[in-house]
Design a protein around this ligand. Structure first.
Ligand SMILES: Nc1ncnc2c1ncn2[C@@H]1O[C@H](COP(=O)(O)OP(=O)(O)OP(=O)(O)O)[C@@H](O)[C@H]1O
Ligand SMILES: [Mg+2]
Length: 163
């Protein structure tokens, strides 16, 4: 588990950016947290870190947005699904079997449909402060979070982070 606090939307995007830089093909990332927590802001940072040029906006109406960066990014928002099984209807199986990265806002709502091995990123907070918690499930994601911890610590050095 790795947890840190951000004090602005830009700071949250910056953490996402670092994850985007470290991201590898085939990753599965769940973004969880209440309405307006900052899931899309974090996803935008991931897109930037992957080198996505165009806008990374909320896929809450389209449900999935495909972006072309260093690795393809499939950004989904499953809030509006009526049941977890509808994940299949939006093309999930094809996305998850590809070399791209699946990033799912409200992923906890469809957890039963997902591989047990994934990275959950939970965002919570009020005002402009957000606590971002990285919960890796499986050895692969544990290693990734360790790398991210190192990357964030080496660029901030403000003692704001702890493993
Ligand atoms: N530290 C912070 N990190 C991220 N967002 C912040 C922060 N402080 C304030 N905000 C604001 O919180 C909002 C986050 O919106 P965002 O669309 O990213 O949330 P979301 O979790 O994707 O919401 P939804 O559940 O509707 O998809 C933005 O208006 C942003 O400016
Ligand atoms: Mg959103």
């Amino acid at each position: 588990m790795f947890q840190l606090t951000t004090k602005s939307v830009e700071e949250t995007e910056k953490i996402g950016h670092k994850l985007g830089e470290l991201a590898e093909p085939g990753m599965l990332i769940l973004l969880t947290g209440d309405l307006g927590a900052g899931k899309t802001a974090f996803a935008r940072g991931v897109g930037r870190g992957l080198g996505v040029k165009g806008p990374v906006t909320s896929p809450s109406f389209t449900l999935v947005e495909e972006h072309h960066g260093r690795i393809p990014l499939y950004h989904m928002d499953v809030y509006r699904l009526h049941s977890p099984e509808e994940l299949i209807d939006i093309g999930y199986e094809e996305y998850v079997d590809s070399e791209g990265i699946c990033l799912i806002e409200w992923g906890d709502l469809v957890r039963e449909m997902l591989s047990a091995e994934h990275l959950e990123i939970k965002i919570s907070g009020v005002g402009a402060e957000r606590t971002i918690t990285f919960l890796p499930y499986g050895a692969y994601y544990k290693r990734l979070v360790e790398e991210l911890t190192t990357s964030v610590a080496s660029s901030s050095g403000d003692g704001n982070t702890h493993a």
